[in-house]
Design a protein around this ligand. Structure first.
Ligand code: C2E
Ligand code: CA
Ligand code: CA
Ligand code: CA
Length: 388
């Protein structure tokens, strides 16, 4: 039987990317050594997300291997003699049982991966029932719809602290879902799902309106905080995005300069020409733009130069790794220099210690965001924190 592994191989190769994250490389390495057969069976779907392809017809066999993978990942990964917890999500597909076409297999692995993520189970075997018309997806979709209608979504705000003046002029809005029966659902679990199903549009509109309204409410109390919202790939290519934002800013009387948009590198690289068009229009309105998770994608500097960017956000994997790993500090330092050479501001996210905060200040990083400074907070708690 023909087995075209090129696509898996290709994704697999990107693991060797020089600024790929050390921890993720170790997870991939461990997956590879746990699995039978050759190393072409593991692909990185993005972030800490992996696809595993098992050449098997036999579900029981696949389950045994899945159990083995889980066990292998239970052992903490050691990085410079420090144990680090692995939060990877893995979707498993069987070849040829779940399909023979690589695109179909990858998509199904992706679906299984989301199931794993949502169930917090680490991994999931692909199941027919998970697929587009599956009951699981339908139920989550209708729940998402209700979430917006029934006020189950909330926005929390995390401050970005100026490292030179220790003042706060910027906050990032992060969505929270307080589900009546599932409990607290993390945005990492439902945003990707909402993107796949197209329901992201309603959520994003809710987020934008809520954030802009909050910004106006703060201004009325004399608190000047620019608010940033996260925009996903799917929305970025929507030509209506600038009009939506512009209408909301008008409705609440908020100057466009008070609104920031955070977009990941990978969202831009999905369709760079289209993305740049939308970004240009947003920028023309006066809205500011930040590149999120910088260093994890593969955007080329030539695109960066063509985009109306105001700020780079260094991904938290590098910032958190600074304590343990010299490579990560090198990446952080280079990103700060790169940003400054291009006339951009630079933010480090994931600042979890005083040590890292000091080091970032020494490296002339402009802003810091992270649990060490403040967790994301509901508006009233943030106001208390600002008064402290
Ligand atoms: P992100 O934009 O990279 O947001 C940063 C994430 O890191 C947030 O997770 C934040 O709570 C967390 N974080 C902040 N400081 C620290 C720290 O010191 N240590 C650690 N370990 N984590 C820290 P959260 O809120 O769970 O959001 C996860 C992702 O979900 C976000 O990543 C963003 O991509 C997405 N997201 C959140 N809200 C929205 C939204 O309204 N719209 C869209 N499209 N995506 C959103
Ligand atoms: Ca962000
Ligand atoms: Ca980020
Ligand atoms: Ca992220």
């Amino acid at each position: 039987m023909m087995m075209d592994l090129d696509r898996f191989k290709y994704v697999n190769d990107t693991l060797g990317h020089p600024i790929g994250d050390l921890l993720l490389r170790q997870v991939a390495e461990r997956l590879r050594t746990t699995l039978p057969g050759d190393s072409d069976l593991v692909a990185r779907l993005g972030g800490d997300e992996f696809a595993v392809l098992l050449p098997s017809h036999d579900a029981a066999g696949a389950e045994r291997i899945a159990a083995r993978i889980l066990k292998a990942l239970e052992l903490p990964i050691m990085i410079e003699e420090q144990p680090v917890d692995v939060g990877a999500s893995i979707g498993i597909v069987m070849f040829p049982h779940n399909g023979t076409d690589m695109n179909v297999l990858l998509r199904r692995a992706d679906i299984a991966m989301y199931v794993a993520k949502r169930a917090n189970s680490g991994l999931a075997l692909y199941d027919e029932r998970h697929d587009d018309n599956g009951a699981e997806r339908l139920s989550l979709m209708s729940e998402l719809r209700q979430a917006v209608e029934h006020d189950q979504l909330m926005l929390y705000y995390q401050p970005k602290v100026d490292l030179a003046t220790h003042t706060v002029k910027f906050v990032e809005a992060l969505v929270r879902w307080d589900h009546p029966t599932r409990g607290y659902v993390s945005p990492d679990q439902f945003i990707p799902f909402a993107e796949q199903t197209g329901y992201i549009k309603a959520i994003s509109h809710w987020v934008a309106e809520q954030a802009i309204r909050q910004c106006a409410a703060w201004r009325a109390e004399g608190i000047e905080l620019a608010v940033s919202v996260n925009v996903s790939a799917r929305e970025l290519i929507q030509s209506s995005l600038p009009d939506t934002f512009s209408a909301l800013l008008k409705k609440y009387g908020v100057p466009a300069e008070m609104l920031w948009i955070e977009i990941t590198e990978s969202a831009i690289m999905d369709d760079p020409n289209h993305a740049i068009q939308t970004l240009d229009r947003l920028h023309a309105l006066g809205i500011r733009l930040a590149i999120d998770d910088f260093g994890t994608g593969y955007s080329s500097l030539s695109y960066l130069k063509r985009m109306p960017v105001d700020e780079l956000k260094i991904d938290k994997s590098f910032v958190m790794g600074m304590v343990l790993h010299r490579d990560d500090e090198t990446i952080v330092r280079s990103t700060i220099d790169l940003a400054h050479n291009m006339g951009l501001k630079v933010v480090a996210e994931g600042v979890e210690s005083e040590f890292v905060m000091r080091r970032l200040a020494e490296l002339r990083c402009d802003l810091a965001q992270g649990f060490h400074l403040s967790r994301p907070l509901p508006p009233s708690k943030l106001e208390d924190w600002l008064r402290e």
